[in-house]
Design a protein around this ligand. Structure first.
Ligand code: ADE
Ligand code: ZN
Length: 315
């Protein structure tokens, strides 16, 4: 990666902590927790990181998360991510975690949260990286389950800045979660949601109109709807775009076809993020580098993208 790209101060606003679980740590945690894995070794697991769509990735991502059991595991996961951030001049992070992925396996909410929170606090003290944690609801599960998760989270209200919505997008529109998002907002939490990754522009309209989100996660399909483009430009609603993720999950065929710079030049407040870096081939720095290599991103454009990420912080 060019040094000038690495040196730019950046914020990361779209990162799933469970998606930062590198195969080496996954195997180490499996051994520590005495869990048998379906993959022979790190290389075999890495070779399985070939996806045709979001669902194929999610199936592996949830299987991988099974090695996370103890508070120390969640600490180690988060700490490893923050070390990567430090190396790439990411000075602020607003990561997601998926409580239901863990509570549904019998891991107490508090165990998950305490491990993540302690690492984030140590990251602030020891690495100088500020943060705001976002609790994400799994949209393939019923809204009732999201309500239960929000209830479990409320004793730890101060540990979060907001709620998000992730997992399988198609067939699970934002309108299914209108009530739980209203409840979260009434508690003073910010709202964000994945929309327009695989799903149509209508899902972005719903996320804005019904969930009243402050940022759109992905949102690359907004470009199919001119009226929607005008709204997100006029209101400067940030998009947390994840270029390497979009290629790995076949949202675009090649990086050369990605629309992030076209959006930037049209005045959309786009940002660069890694989504699930352990699975998609890189962290924020590698995502910037890919835009430079395949789309000819200039230094001026990189600076605007990095500044957008700092401007679009919620914490
Ligand atoms: N969970 C983790 N990564 C995700 C993505 N890219 N889209 C939806 N849900 C996710
Ligand atoms: Zn995501």
């Amino acid at each position: 990666m060019p040094e000038w790209l690495n040196a730019l101060p950046k914020a990361e606003l779209h990162l799933h902590l469970e998606g930062s679980l590198e195969p080496e740590l996954l195997f180490a945690l499996a051994e520590r927790n005495q869990i048998a894995l379906p993959w022979a070794d790190v290389e075999t697991l890495r070779a399985a990181y070939a996806f045709n769509n979001l669902q194929e990735f999610l199936d592996l991502y949830y299987a991988g998360a099974n090695v996370l059991r103890t508070e120390q595991d969640f600490y180690d996961l988060t700490w490893a991510y923050l070390q990567r951030c430090k190396a790439q001049n990411v000075i602020h992070v607003e990561p997601f975690f998926d409580p239901q992925t863990h509570t549904d396996r019998g891991i107490p909410f508090e165990v998950v949260l305490r491990g993540i929170q302690q690492a984030l606090l140590d990251g602030e003290k020891q690495l100088g990286i500020s943060h705001g944690l976002i609790l994400s609801f799994l949209r393939h599960l019923p809204e009732e389950e999201a309500f239960k998760t929000l209830e479990q989270a409320m004793p730890f209200r101060d540990a979060f800045i907001g709620v998000g919505l992730d997992s399988s997008e198609k067939g699970f529109p934002p309108r299914l979660f209108e009530r739980v998002f209203a409840k979260a907002r009434s508690e003073g939490l910010h709202a964000v949601a994945h929309a327009g990754e695989e799903g149509p522009p209508e899902y972005i309209w719903e996320a804005l109109g019904l969930l009243k989100i402050k940022r759109i996660d992905h949102g690359v399909r907004a470009i199919e709807d001119e009226r929607l483009m005008q709204r997100i430009i006029d209101e400067q609603i940030p998009l947390t775009v994840c270029p390497l993720s979009n290629i790995k999950l076949c949202v675009f065929e090649h990086m050369g076809q990605h629309n992030i710079l076209e959006m930037l030049e049209r005045g959309v407040k786009v940002t660069v993020n890694s989504d699930d870096p352990a699975y998609f081939g890189g962290y924020v720095g590698e995502n910037f580098a890919a835009l430079h290599e395949h789309l000819g991103m200039t230094e001026a454009q990189a600076k605007r993208l990095a500044q957008n990420s700092l401007d679009a912080r919620l914490a």
